[in-house]
Design a protein. Sequence first.
Length: 72
Amino acid sequence: MRVDAAAHYCGVSESAFLSRVKSGQYPPGEKDGGARVWLKDDLDEMIEQRFGVTAVSSPIDDDNPFSKRLGA
């Protein structure tokens, strides 16, 4: 994801995100052509290490994507 999406995902402004990237607190991302991008997995790993919170992904039921979340 690009910087705007990565910052939003981490819950900070773009300037705060880039400042934390520069200081080494956040992953540096990778160049993809002319843009720098961040992988969700890299951001999740950083969040787990910094805050001790594990990201949880749930499988999606193709017939009803809300059934797992709503217990239907």
